[in-house]
Design a protein around this ligand. Structure first.
Ligand SMILES: NC(=O)c1ccc[n+]([C@@H]2O[C@H](COP(=O)([O-])OP(=O)(O)OC[C@H]3O[C@@H](n4cnc5c(N)ncnc54)[C@H](OP(=O)(O)O)[C@@H]3O)[C@@H](O)[C@H]2O)c1
Length: 299
């Protein structure tokens, strides 16, 4: 099975680069090898490698910057995905694509199901939703994994920012009224490998959207608290201790992009296909946090 991985340098891309060789021959392309917005480079990779499955981990993910870089966000997350989906469909091969909890408006009390109405509250969410719709419109062999709050050991993310801030400040204000679920690229990769194995074995999962996140839920404050606890127990020198993180509310921390207040994803549909249990977010996050902390040098 030949697997073309796009966006191989992102948080998820780097994890997939490590995980995918278990299930096939991988050509991993970062943005410099295949720019998703450059149709010629996409075509060249498809024609020369001739993959059975394209795994698209490339995306414009700068949520706040997307508010002013709307054209770029739509170009990568929607227009380029439409072109890719069309080319994949022409070749009769599979597309595995990733989307986000930010396609919901956050007004629901419970976790969102795949069938719930979408209504993004920011440009990033709008662009990712347009990408999903393009895949669905063009493709007959696709899986879209909607995931949330991706925090991995590679690239930049919330956990690394909190550790840096905690090493230079006595107190930190962290938002405590946005509810969601941190998800490791390792878990997303594990699910992707399962889905590819099913395709290989001729028992492909039903085409469509799947919500992918660990169990449980928390807030950004909850994630920061657990992270700093793990850091303290790992003897990392920080100015901020868990007792000195202050819970704040979204209204007191204005950002360019609005965020949904609830972006928990119901994963019942995915669980039916998996041969392993989705972990609780604290167990999933613990492994990531430990490896981030190991690499961390206090500033
Ligand atoms: N991060 C989150 O919290 C989060 C939450 C929910 C869903 N997701 C979704 O999960 C997926 C993976 O996200 P992630 O956290 O791994 O994102 P990431 O770390 O920002 O990685 C995205 C990668 O896409 C690459 N890229 C951007 N524009 C490109 C282009 N025109 N052509 C080719 N590559 C391009 C980036 O390249 P450079 O390295 O050169 O910039 C980067 O390596 C995305 O679909 C994202 O929307 C993410």
């Amino acid at each position: 099975m030949k697997l073309l991985l796009l966006g191989a340098n992102g948080q998820l891309g780097q994890e997939l680069r490590r995980a995918l060789p278990e299930v096939g021959e991988v050509k991993a392309c970062d943005r410099y090898e295949v720019d998703l917005t450059d149709t010629q480079s996409v075509l060249l990779a498809l024609e020369t490698f001739n993959p059975d499955i394209v795994i698209n981990a490339a995306a414009y993910t700068a949520v706040d910057k997307a508010e002013t870089n709307c054209i770029q966000a739509f170009s990568v997350n929607a227009d380029a995905v439409r072109f890719l989906a069309n080319e994949v469909e022409k070749r009769g091969i599979w597309l595995i694509h990733y989307s986000t909890d930010y396609i919901f408006d956050g007004r629901k009390d419970d976790a969102y199901r795949e069938t719930d109405p979408t209504n993004p509250v920011n440009v990033y969410g709008e662009s990712k939703l347009a990408g999903e719709q393009a895949v669905i419109a063009k493709g007959s062999k696709y899986l879209i994994f909607r995931t949330s709050w991706v925090i991995g050991k590679d690239g930049n993310n919330f956990a690394k920012t909190i550790l840096k801030l905690a090493s230079g400040h006595d107190t930190l204000n962290v938002i405590n009224d946005q509810i969601g679920v941190p998800t490791s690229p390792a878990l997303i990769s594990k699910v992707t490998v399962s889905a590819i194995n099913a395709i290989k074995n001729g028992d492909a999962w039903l085409v469509g959207i799947y919500h992918l996140a660990p169990k449980g839920k928390t807030t950004w404050f909850g994630v920061a608290e657990v992270l700093l606890d793990i850091a303290t127990n790992s003897n990392i020198e920080l100015s901020t201790r868990t007792t000195q993180i202050k819970a704040t509310i979204t209204a007191e921390y204005p950002t360019a992009a609005k965020r949904p207040l609830n972006s928990c994803l119901n994963t019942d549909k995915l669980a039916e296909y998996l041969s392993f249990e989705l972990p609780h977010w604290k167990d999933d996050f613990f492994v990531t946090a430990k490896s981030i902390i190991k690499e961390f040098k206090a500033v």
